[in-house]
Ligand binder design. Structure first.
Ligand code: A3P
Ligand code: MG
Ligand code: MG
Length: 382
């Protein structure tokens, strides 16, 4: 089969026909010590407004304003406004890396001034969205949804941009009203938990507009790979124990109410892995969950400290392991470096993964899959 380690010329056993290397995803192959992961440092911020316009500032940052501790079961109605106060982002608009590239281009002088031994305009091995890396981290344990990641090497940096799979597209276009309302409830929870100013109180009467976003840009390192990525952030806690970004950020989540230890165990196994990966990557220190009752109210709030999640799961032998997620990510990034070696923004390698299979790739030259915009290539070539 073609699923072993990459075939090095002359290195591996003789094969009758060359097959492109693939990367296996079984958790047991990545079980080992936790790899080096440098504490993420915030490099910058940007915002997308109600019309989805880019701004190189923190105007959309919101402030964590939970209900007082003496009211642990707040009077939230997460369904409120779904029919008449909901402005939904047009998800058929595939934005790719666009906003992140706008940030990079806007900061090119500063990035260049940071200096790079290899003379690259962007001093990082990888530029991507946090959400793409979250999917890579959870891959060894994922059994439902595959992914497609397009990769181009441009002036020494690998850019990674997700391509929607046909299955994901179908799901998005055929999403039931119930699932759409569920998604609304996640955003509505944010409106109840956040204020527009550090000392303000939440105003849950307003419109939920999913065009709006605040993003942090962080720099970090996983093993030998330097990373620059952006991620959407729900709010910051102006009264928290960690005043500095990104540790001051709080991720908000909703989840179906848990009624039994078995339900909690399942939540830890299948949902907490995604929450952990999403927040661990950019160094967000806390996740605050609202547990939904069937009537759309929030039955309970619970805080998860990102760095303590591994303690919650380590007693369960069948659970996921943070080290496996990170070791797999490190191996995947090394795989990208081995495969994508020609510096050419018009050349795209498409890495594909489906549950039960190894990661494979195809090579595409020409317009179809090109994702680095001409304006970006031009700006960064000057
Ligand atoms: P939940 O927090 O309850 O999941 P995020 O938590 O990443 O800040 O995203 C905010 C909300 O966006 C989510 O609330 C969910 O309602 C919605 N959302 C995020 N990713 C989604 C996806 N892939 N499909 C549908 N809805 C999604
Ligand atoms: Mg969010
Ligand atoms: Mg959230």
């Amino acid at each position: 089969g073609a699923t072993e380690a990459p075939a090095e010329p002359g290195g591996s056993p003789k094969r009758s026909r060359w097959a492109p290397p693939t990367l296996p995803t079984e958790p047991s192959l990545y079980d080992g010590p936790f790899p080096f992961y440098r504490r993420p440092a915030e490099e910058g911020r940007f915002s997308l407004d109600a019309q989805r316009r880019y701004h190189p500032d923190a105007r959309q940052l919101r402030y964590f304003a939970p209900p007082p501790a003496e009211h642990p079961d707040p009077a939230f109605d997460l369904r409120h406004g779904y029919r008449d106060r909901y402005v939904r982002r047009d998800e058929s608009e595939r934005e790719g890396l666009e906003h992140l590239l706008q940030w990079v281009a806007g900061n090119r002088d500063r990035l260049r001034a940071q200096g790079d031994a290899a003379g690259r305009p962007v001093n990082a091995d990888f530029v991507t969205w946090r959400g793409h890396l979250t999917k890579v981290l959870t891959t060894p344990y994922e059994s439902q949804e595959g992914w497609l990641l397009a990769v181009s090497l441009f002036r020494g940096t690998l850019y990674v941009s997700e391509v929607e799979t046909p299955a994901a597209r179908q799901q998005r276009e055929q999403r039931s009203d119930m699932l759409q309302e569920l998604a609304y409830m996640g955003y509505k929870f944010e409106r109840y938990m956040c204020a527009d100013t550090p000392d303000g109180s939440p105003d849950p009467t307003g419109v939920v507009n999913t065009n709006e976003a605040f993003c942090t840009v962080v720099r970090t390192r996983l093993g030998s790979h330097s990373l620059l990525f952006a991620g959407e952030v729900d709010c910051m806690d102006p009264r928290g124990a960690w005043p500095e970004a990104p540790a001051c950020y709080v991720e908000l989540k909703t989840c179906k109410e848990l009624h039994s230890p078995a339900q909690r165990k399942s939540f830890y196994r299948h949902k907490l892995i995604k929450w952990w990966a999403q927040s661990f990557l950019p160094g967000v220190s806390r996740i605050v969950a609202g547990f939904r009752a069937p009537d759309g109210s929030v039955a309970a709030l619970e805080t998860f400290e990102t760095m303590k999640i591994f303690q919650l799961i380590r007693g369960d032998r069948g659970c996921w392991k943070p080290a496996v997620c990170m070791n797999f990510c490190e191996a995947f990034l090394a795989f990208l470096k081995r495969v994508v070696t020609e510096d050419d923004p018009q050349l795209v390698h498409l890495f594909a993964w489906e549950p039960g299979s190894p990661v494979s790739y195809t090579r595409h030259q020409g317009a179809e899959h090109v994702f680095l915009p001409a304006w970006y290539v031009e700006t960064m070539s000057g």
